[in-house]
Write a new protein. Sequence first.
Length: 171
Amino acid sequence: MGPAELNLIVRPVSPADLGPVSEVFGWYAVHSVATFEESARTPAYWSQHADELAGLGLPFLVAEADGAVAGYAYAGPWRRKPAYRLTAEDSVFVAPDRTGRGIGQRLLTELLTACTDAGLRQVIAVIADSGDQASVALHMSCGFRHVGRLTEVGFKHGRWIDTVLMQRALT
């Protein structure tokens, strides 16, 4: 891991952040298997998504470094059935030019605190098994444990991809 990011602020997302959030996500959608989406989502999509999460009382955070969005994290519904209402799925993305500086760790740590404050009990991580263990290591460092694997459930960039399931209790 590289040096810690200086002047890093983690805060709730604002409308002005949605363009940069779209750019960060878009890079991963096009260039990686970190998401199974294959194209960018518009700032309008992110606005609607942020409103939906706020309406559900779920956190959506950004990391700001030197006045620019360096990453984001949010907790979305795990499933849309009422019995799952206290379980969320996390999503953490760091700008590709800012990885390895502790931003993901700060985002996930603060996201878990916000999830606890929101009354959630469990957080699930669904991580593409790309061969890069950074996301798994990040989640393990924040107390997640391996709970399963789904084999060959995604097909992107000409190859089949497994997902690793991790889980963390908040109480």
